[in-house]
Design a protein around this ligand. Structure first.
Ligand SMILES: [Zn+2]
Length: 420
């Protein structure tokens, strides 16, 4: 039995908009599972070693529910085009480089390390169309201590001549990839890129495989108006974009749909009724001038909303930055909505970047007993202090502003995966 006791100011988000703070408390995990948060060390643990972080903040680590690993090398570049042009001009040529396994190993090793160092311990990630590169990505994430899902991307149309599979290839490579997946913490996920990149035949087969193997699904939905028009052209039989997934069995409570910027009331109802997860990627939506997703309305209507960095449409991996981007986007949305919708508070946005994803992984929000230990330790000592701040105030400032290197330690599924 392995016991881990972390001492510090423990902060978690057990409910949307609510923080639970235990000042100078103890967060205890046994065999990787949280036992509880305690103000006083329980007697039964009095002989155990304590990892004492003094006055530092101990928070939940992050879940990045939508990002593209092969776009990591183009992070911070090419933000001058709308989605469809951006994909053809920058993204597909970059992703096509991931057939060179030496390059792949180097890039993904670095990506996995950076995720761990930034406190992201759970991911749902797109790879490229390449089977071997996808397995390398999974292995690098596993080795870095990250948990979650990765998908080999499927695309058999509209990718250009260098970055596209035939339908048969896409299916057979997916089957071979699934057979080769054998990682403890990184699992496969069915990943049709998006409707414009997948023929009906491919979508149908992916839906069949997802059902047969009981696999989760990830894709994109209603990100940009040009994309909506293209989908309409490709599927005149479907009233709305979401139906192009639903008709092939790719629409259920294990489906993640990135963006949903332009999802209207009817589409949002379809998302809610199916239990589909909307992944809000505020930085990306702003960078590619896609729009501002109606996140507050989605939350009020009871949709599952989680956050994604969506690199490299998004320009940073740090989920702290993606949380504040979501707050700012909600404020822009408030202005657009004639001040009728509320913006996200810091506590609410933190919940979306941490706890909101817990049920997707079969867990409960916050540091609930029984959950796997996913936590970060953050110090703010070097920031100016004009007066003594409460832990709540320090939390807020940490979300917006940390010094470089402020993350002292990261725990993922009970293991310490990063530490100074
Ligand atoms: Zn994306």
């Amino acid at each position: 039995m392995e016991t881990r006791i972390i001492k510090g100011n423990i902060i978690s988000a057990p409910e949307f908009g609510k923080l639970e703070i235990t000042e100078k408390g103890y967060l205890i995990a046994v065999d990787g599972k949280i036992k509880g948060t305690f103000q006083k060390l329980p007697d039964e643990f009095s002989d155990c070693t304590i990892e004492d972080y003094g006055d530092a903040l101990v928070m939940q680590s992050f879940a990045d529910m939508h990002l593209h690993a092969p776009q990591y090398p183009m992070l911070g570049m090419g933000m001058d085009m709308p989605l469809l042009d951006w994909l053809n001009t920058y993204t597909f040529p970059t992703e096509s480089c991931f057939k060179d396994n030496k390059f792949v190993r180097k890039a993904y090793h670095r990506l996995a390390y950076e995720l761990a160092a930034k406190g992201t311990t759970r991911v749902c990630m797109f790879s490229s169309i390449h089977r071997e590169a996808t397995l390398i990505l999974m292995e690098e994430l596993e080795n870095a201590g990250i948990t979650g899902y990765v998908g080999k991307v499927n695309m058999d149309r509209n990718g250009g001549k260098d970055y596209q599979e035939t339908t048969e290839e896409s299916i057979s490579e997916t089957v071979k990839w699934l057979e080769a997946c054998n990682f403890e913490h990184i699992k496969p996920m069915i990943t049709p890129r998006f409707t414009p990149a997948c023929t009906d035949e491919l979508m149908q087969e992916l839906g069949r495989i997802a059902k047969e193997k009981d696999l989760p699904i990830q894709s994109h939905l209603s990100e940009n108006t040009g994309e909506l028009a293209l989908v309409k052209e490709l599927h005149p039989d479907c009233v709305q974009y979401w139906e192009t997934y639903a008709k092939y069995g790719l629409w259920n409570d294990k489906t993640l749909m990135a963006h949903c910027v332009w999802s209207d009331a009817r589409e949002r109802k379809a998302i809610k009724d199916a239990g589909v997860w909307a992944v809000h990627c505020a930085s990306s939506n702003e960078n590619l001038v896609s729009g501002y997703a109606p996140v507050r309305v989605m939350l009020n209507e009871g949709l599952n909303v989680v956050l994604g960095s969506d690199i490299a449409g998004g320009d940073h991996l740090s989920m702290f930055k993606n949380i504040t981007a979501a707050i700012r986007a909600s404020k822009a949305r408030r202005i657009m909505d004639d001040w009728k919708t509320d913006f996200l508070t810091v506590e609410e946005a933190f919940y979306l970047g941490t706890s909101a994803a817990a049920p997707f992984f079969g867990e409960k929000p916050g540091f609930t007993p029984g959950n796997s230990l996913h936590a970060i330790v953050v110090e703010d000592e070097t920031l100016p202090m004009v007066r003594p701040l409460s832990v709540h105030e320090r939390f807020e400032r940490c979300v917006y502003r940390r010094e470089h290197g402020a993350i002292l330690a990261v725990y993922s599924e009970g293991r310490k995966i990063f530490g100074k």
